[in-house]
Design a protein around this ligand. Structure first.
Ligand code: PHE
Length: 353
């Protein structure tokens, strides 16, 4: 093989470089990922024009090699840096095109682009607002609690089957501790901390070992009670009716049905006329025309005793409603579990406030 001298190598690189500059200029005016790749392959690819020159290195005269190496290096660096420039320009152009295609109105109020609130949050806020309007204060209590607060002080006897009936989660290694099965534990906390007259509501998470279309192991309740002198069932019916009408509208009837809970006497359940069929009977209300909202009743004298209140002097009523249940009715949901699956497509349908 004949030796190549530096002069011939320089000549070749000059001619390839000037061709490269032309391609560089043309591509700058017509940017695309493919166009840039084509240029790279044409010069630096396995069979590229520059690659072909650098393969001659082996045949360069020994004394010319250091200089030839420098030359080829600087030509290659120049090509690579110009290809990088093209890539940066291409990215910028793509971003500009994207921004132009979708017009953003940066002057829109933040609330309109700030996501949405969870339906349970929306419902809890609505309920609390209505109860505040009725003069209630909002109380909080522990989700993991002693059996005393969740059961005993609420007049569940030690061997009462209702303790099993509520599908209780007991806390391992902690004696007499449960995940609360209802928000009624807050009744006891509040009654031991405050004295009547009292008007309290308390929303929160509750837990039962249960899962199907209308039950999730974690769910939400809102508890409430009023204690004063001379509180009667008429007060109870009036407050519940006013509250439900405020949430669902004035044209739906409510009704009370007798039922049993150890901590109330008499006890009952409150039904709302079906929001879907307005009382005619449909699939949602199992053709009864009514939907169950929750339990309620006059506070049992044994509960007053457990919190050291004089049951001769005071009377009161308590209620506990399922927030998820009410949200389901209000927003027309078909499956309670939708609320807790974290599906963005579902959740983003709800308003911001
Ligand atoms: N705690 C009861 C339940 O979860 C509901 C209830 C509350 C009933 C207050 C009566 C009074 O089933």
């Amino acid at each position: 093989m004949t030796d190549i001298d530096i002069a011939s190598l320089t000549k070749q690189t000059e001619s390839v470089s000037s061709e490269f500059e032309k391609d560089f200029a043309a591509t700058s005016n017509d940017l695309s990922h493919k166009a840039i790749e084509d240029v790279r392959i044409k010069y630096l690819g396995r069979k590229g024009l520059f690659t072909a020159i650098s393969e001659q290195m082996r045949s360069v005269k020994k004394e010319d090699r250091p200089e030839a190496g420098k030359l080829l290096n600087s030509v290659k660096k120049n090509m690579e840096s110009k290809l990088d420039q093209l890539r940066t320009l291409e990215k910028k152009a793509a971003l500009t095109a994207q921004l132009d295609a979708k017009a953003y109105d940066v002057s829109l109020p933040v609330a309109q682009t700030a996501g949405s609130l969870h339906p349970v949050t929306l419902m809890r806020r609505t309920l609390l607002k209505e109860f505040r309007n009725l003069g209630f204060i909002v109380y909080d209590g522990p989700e993991m609690d002693l059996e005393d607060y969740n059961f005993s002080a609420l007049n569940f006897k030690d061997d009462h089957p209702a303790r099993d009936m509520q599908d209780t989660f007991f806390v391992k290694d902690l004696e007499k501790t449960v995940l609360r099965t209802h928000t009624s534990n807050i009744q006891i906390h509040a009654m031991r901390n405050e004295r009547p007259p009292m008007r309290v509501v308390a929303p929160g998470r509750t837990y039962r070992c249960d899962s199907d279309l209308t039950h999730t192991p974690m769910f939400h309740q809102i508890e409430g009670f009023i204690i004063d002198q001379n509180i009667s069932m008429a007060d109870m019916k009036g407050v519940i009716d006013t509250f439900l009408k405020a949430v669902f509208g004035t044209d739906l009837e409510t009704r009370l049905r007798p039922s049993y809970f150890p901590f109330v006497e008499p006890g009952g359940e409150v039904d709302l006329q079906c929001v879907a069929c307005r009382g005619k009977g449909c699939r949602i209300c199992s053709h009864t025309g009514w939907l169950e909202i929750g339990g309620l009743g006059m506070i049992h004298p044994n509960v007053f005793e457990a919190v050291d209140l004089d049951s001769e002097r005071y009377t009161g009523f308590a209620f506990g409603f399922g927030i998820d249940r009410i949200a389901m009715l209000k927003y027309g949901l078909s499956d309670l579990r939708q609320l807790f699956e974290g599906d963005q497509a579902f959740l983003s349908q709800f308003p911001v406030n």
